[in-house]
Design a protein. Structure first.
Length: 438
């Protein structure tokens, strides 16, 4: 059985992004493998702890991918502050064909397109996949999962994540997939009061979730408890439709949102100041007018730092992304682009970004909780990846053991799901599978 099949059978997805099935990235034409350990968002320390505790496993996973693709080199990319904590220098040889690439402490360096350019000097054509530039990108945790599947024969049943924010002590821990966040917090003695919200992800791009309903999925990177009254959280409750209506008249065309746009600085034809002034009526008639909105990575720089008028270009762009998706429109560039000559001087220092978001005081180095956290109930979502949902192969009342397949991959782009604990199954309308160890 080849690596691609093993990765698919193990249910491995990108651990640091939208959940793209990792096996589908293994394509011909790769010249370099880039490992994303940048930990783009403030307050997250999952990748740092993984590299500190499981570096050998991560390197084994990288080596397996290199061998399978016959790629000549891999760059394990971390920010400068992480390299210093790990006491590893830029260019250090970590293993055969694998070296360390130290990135500047700027935001949003973990954005895939920015990361590729910073690490390799290659610019992916707008709207194209990294492989078009000869690059494959995996997250640190993804590589560890590859090693677990290949060497230990273990499918993906556990998730590493940071629990942090406005709590006594931030931690990184490992829990079974499908663990209810409420159960995890109870085991850690953490509460979320009415003056705080819970985020799945970082303060910039993370989403507000319900403590009572949320569960740990394959893409959960961090859980942050943050006050409602800081800029990072206030921006998450902006009404997109009102932003579109207001932006048409309130925008002063200062162009700061465009001047600081990370994708724009790479030469992408993304100009938020023009998008926010586009009349929404005209856009509905001709969505092509704002097709470049699909190039936005959602970092929030335009919204939280750039705009002096209190407009949210990000919210406007998100509204237009929905319209473009409905019309099946996406910007795909054919021409090479050149990074802006002032890009280096317009990148945003991580410390500055934390201050703008209002989270700097919550940034403390997380400690690893090594003891095993046991849970008697999990909810395995059948849509934990991009592509077709998994198809249950068990029925209500069945007994399963950890690691057993409980849902097969669907046709096309899809992945199987595995039991993360021993117990009895309940299948809910092909949406989720609950396992309870009664």
């Amino acid at each position: 059985m080849d690596l691609k099949t093993k990765m698919r059978d193990a249910g491995i997805v990108g651990a640091g992004g939208a959940g793209f099935p990792s096996y589908a990235k293994l394509a011909e034409g790769a010249e370099v493998l880039v490992i994303n350990g940048a930990e783009c968002e403030p307050l997250l320390y999952t990748d740092y702890i993984l590299l500190k505790k499981e570096l050998d496993g991560v390197l084994s996973g990288i080596k397996a991918v290199l061998d399978y693709l016959s790629v000549g080199k891999a760059l394990l990319c971390v920010k400068d502050h992480t390299a210093k904590k790990l006491n590893i220098q830029d260019g250090a040889i970590l293993a055969d064909k694998i070296s360390l690439k130290v990135l500047p402490d700027v935001y949003p360096m973990g954005d895939e397109i920015s990361l590729i350019y910073q690490a390799t000097g290659k610019v992916v054509k707008p709207g194209n996949l990294p492989i078009s530039a000869g690059v494959i990108v995996y997250n640190v945790e993804t590589c560890l999962n590859v090693a677990n599947a290949l060497i230990l024969g273990k499918p993906l049943t556990e998730k590493w994540l940071t629990v942090g924010g406005d709590i006594k002590e931030p931690i990184v821990t490992k829990v079974p997939l499908g663990t209810k966040v409420e159960d995890l917090f109870k085991s850690l003695g953490i509460t979320v009061d009415d003056n705080h919200v819970l985020l799945d992800g970082g303060p910039s791009m993370g989403k507000v979730i319900s403590l009572e309903q949320a569960v740990i999925t394959k893409t959960t990177k961090g859980l942050l408890i943050l006050p409602k009254n800081i800029p990072a959280i206030e921006s998450k409750f902006i009404d997109g439709k009102k932003s579109v209506a207001r932006a048409e008249t309130a925008c002063c065309q200062c162009t700061r949102c465009t001047d600081l746009c990370p994708r724009g600085l790479l030469g992408y034809p993304l100009e938020p100041h023009k998008i926010v002034r586009t009349a929404k009526g005209a856009v509905k008639l001709s969505p092509e007018m704002v097709i470049s909105a699909t190039l936005c990575c959602g970092c929030g720089v335009c919204e939280t730092l750039a705009c002096c008028q209190g407009i949210s270009p990000k919210a406007v762009i998100n509204e237009y992304k929905v319209l473009l998706a409905q019309n099946k429109l996406r910007f795909v560039g054919k021409e090479e682009v050149t990074p802006h000559k002032e890009r280096e001087y317009r990148m945003i220092p991580s410390d500055r970004w934390q201050s703008v978001l209002g989270v700097k005081k919550f940034d403390r180095l997380a400690t690893f909780i090594g003891e095993k956290l046991d849970f008697n109930k999990v909810e395995i979502n059948l849509r934990q990846h991009i592509g077709a949902p998994s198809v249950p192969c068990v029925k209500t009342g069945d007994r399963v053991v950890k690691g057993q397949i409980i849902a097969n991959a669907n046709e096309g782009l899809s992945l199987p799901q595995h039991a993360s604990i021993d117990g009895e199954v309940t299948v809910y309308e092909n949406q989720k599978i609950v396992i309870e160890n009664k």
